[in-house]
Write a protein that binds this ligand. Structure first.
Ligand SMILES: Cc1cc2nc3c(=O)[nH]c(=O)nc-3n(C[C@H](O)[C@H](O)[C@H](O)COP(=O)(O)OP(=O)(O)OC[C@H]3O[C@@H](n4cnc5c(N)ncnc54)[C@H](O)[C@@H]3O)c2cc1C
Length: 517
């Protein structure tokens, strides 16, 4: 016999209508309410939001109802206006929560299903709000969606569209360009949440270049470049890929040889090859790192590189893409990109010519934080699934989780993830602080960001591998998802910088050991 529904859960319960996801085992029901336009716009339709809702779900399973109100596009963005809007947000939540008969207030992040594996401590209200709201979007894309994308190698374009529709691709871009003006701390929460929802690296990779590769553009781009590109990227009209890795340079990025040769009219002709370029098949723009002076003609290898934001126009001569067959995250394309005298206009250059390496560094620490968040998400998703299986799978007439050989590795994986989580959000916070504090050097932030990426990737690998083993034979079945996450969790170990190179970096820069290569 199922337990009786809570007293408040009559089929006509009064509550806010939006994104109700019927789910037979739902424990937390979230409603995301977003308001565009002015503050007045937010407040006026409030009574209309409160409507009778026939809950098409298993009411008995619901233990909590949670409302999320995201304010965005406020016309004024001064500190006072923000404080005011935050206060109103809290008031609004209070009003709505208390209007629910029988609502049980639960403040603890770790006490509800959605927050079980991520405690509230140390997170800001903004970060928690991002997590809740992004979870609501992700809930529209169940694991079967991601299994199909992976099996059929289909781009998750609906997911990209859903996130861009709600403005999430602009999370760390300036408000003046239509972004949310939040930091990498919030963007990392977003990426963790996406991966943890079950979307894994496929979900993360389908959008993450839009978040990190646009950072150097936002910082160094001209007014015209920004106004003509950023709004189209945030709206989802254009997708972005990041073109750095080359087959003959590998991790020795400074040895890349793709040349952007300046022509008399100021435009450039690009010739060379990139490899492993994620989303190039669906992207309209590429943030491209290329040489404008050959390696032999510069004093230091870090000189003579330039950064461009170029069109990926497949109808133009000199551009060819070749998709790479890969192990995991197969819904998201990875490519070899061949340039042969591919013409790009002068105004595609970002910042100063020849200073491309310094410019791109501004995106790299951010990228490491995001990747760390994605790895955490994968690890927590795998661990949750493993723990659920260990609780319910009965062999030798007892749950397999009763065996310490199953329980202890999962407990160990949990603690590794928790440690990596602290390192990740510490690094993201340092990155955000460094944007307003010139005394905080990027190489110091780099130590934190690289360490976090390393720890999170290793912790994710541990969790995913143990999740597969906990499931026994079913760990090998697509239906249980853990095999998909296991394949994907190798990506943060390899990219954007390998674990070996991070160990080299820490040995040399922190421990002052002689450089080994
Ligand atoms: C799924 C996926 C998506 C990617 N997406 C993108 C993208 O969108 N854009 C992009 O530009 N790139 C992308 N990459 C490329 C990625 O950043 C590189 O694969 C990564 O930086 C490693 O470079 P490499 O493959 O050339 O390895 P290599 O440089 O060939 O290294 C091979 C191995 O040797 C080790 N090694 C090399 N030198 C040393 C040394 N001195 N000491 C110790 N060990 C060493 C490395 O750690 C590694 O284990 C992606 C890669 C993958 C797998």
């Amino acid at each position: 016999m199922p337990p009786a529904p809570p007293a408040w859960a009559s089929p006509n319960v009064e509550c806010i209508l939006a994104n109700v996801i019927p789910h037979s085992r739902l424990e937390t029901l979230s409603f995301s309410v977003r308001s565009g336009g002015s503050k007045n716009h937010l407040w006026k339709p409030l009574p209309q939001w409160i409507a009778a809702l026939k809950l098409n779900t298993n009411l008995a399973a619901i233990r909590e109802i949670r409302f999320i109100v995201v304010l965005y596009d406020l016309p004024d963005s001064t500190a006072d206006a923000r404080k005011d809007s935050e206060r109103k947000d809290l008031e609004l939540r209070h009003t709505l929560l208390t209007s629910l008969p029988g609502y049980v207030r639960r403040d603890g992040f770790s006490t509800s299903a959605a927050r079980r594996l991520m405690s509230t401590s140390g997170f800001t209200e903004n970060q928690l709000t991002v997590r809740e709201a992004v979870l609501t979007v992700c809930a529209q894309f169940p694991n079967t969606y991601w299994q199909e994308r992976d099996q059929n190698e289909q781009d998750p374009k609906e997911f990209h569209a859903a996130l861009s529709k709600d403005g999430w691709l602009g999370i760390a871009l300036p408000e003046s360009l239509g972004g949310s003006g939040l930091g990498i701390s919030e963007a990392t929460v977003m990426m963790q949440t996406i991966a943890e929802s079950g979307a894994g690296m496929q979900g993360a990779q389908s959008i993450h270049a839009n978040v990190y590769a646009t950072q150097p553009l936002a910082k160094f781009g001209t007014k015209h470049q920004l106004e003509s590109t950023i709004p189209n990227i945030i709206s989802g009209k254009w997708r972005v890929c990041f073109g750095v890795t080359e087959p003959n340079a590998g991790l020795d990025t400074l040895r890349l040889s793709t040349m952007a040769k300046k022509l008399p009219d100021g435009s450039y002709s690009v010739t060379g090859q990139k490899i492993w370029i994620t989303c190039a098949q669906v992207a309209s723009k590429m943030i491209l790192l290329a040489r404008t002076t050959p390696l032999e003609e510069v004093k230091k290898p870090s000189e003579g590189l330039s950064l461009f934001c170029i069109d990926l126009d497949r109808s133009k001569p000199g551009l060819e893409l070749k998709r790479i067959k890969k192990m995991g995250g197969r819904g998201v394309d990875a490519n070899e990109v061949f340039f042969e005298n591919y013409r790009i206009p002068a105004d595609t250059l970002i910042g100063e010519e020849e200073k491309g390496f310094k410019i791109i560094l501004h995106g790299m620490n951010a990228e490491r934080c995001l990747l760390a968040g994605e790895a955490l998400g994968l690890g927590y998703a795998a661990l949750a699934k493993a723990a659920e299986y260990a609780r319910t799978r009965v062999v030798f007439q007892r749950p397999i989780g009763m065996n310490q050989a199953i329980a202890h590795p999962l407990a160990d994986a949990y603690m590794k993830l928790e440690g990596a989580k602290l390192a990740t959000y510490h690094a993201a916070r340092l990155y955000d602080d460094s944007r307003n504090d010139a005394s905080m050097r990027q190489d110091a932030v780099g130590v934190a960001a690289n360490s976090a990426k390393y720890m999170a990737a290793e912790a994710a690998f541990t969790a995913c591998e143990r999740a597969v083993l906990t499931h026994g034979g079913m760990g090998y079945a697509v239906e249980y998802d853990v095999e998909r996450w296991f394949r994907e969790c190798l990506v943060p170990r390899i990219a954007p910088v390998s674990r070996e190179m991070i160990l080299n970096y820490i040995s040399e820069k922190v421990l002052e050991l002689p450089r080994s290569y």
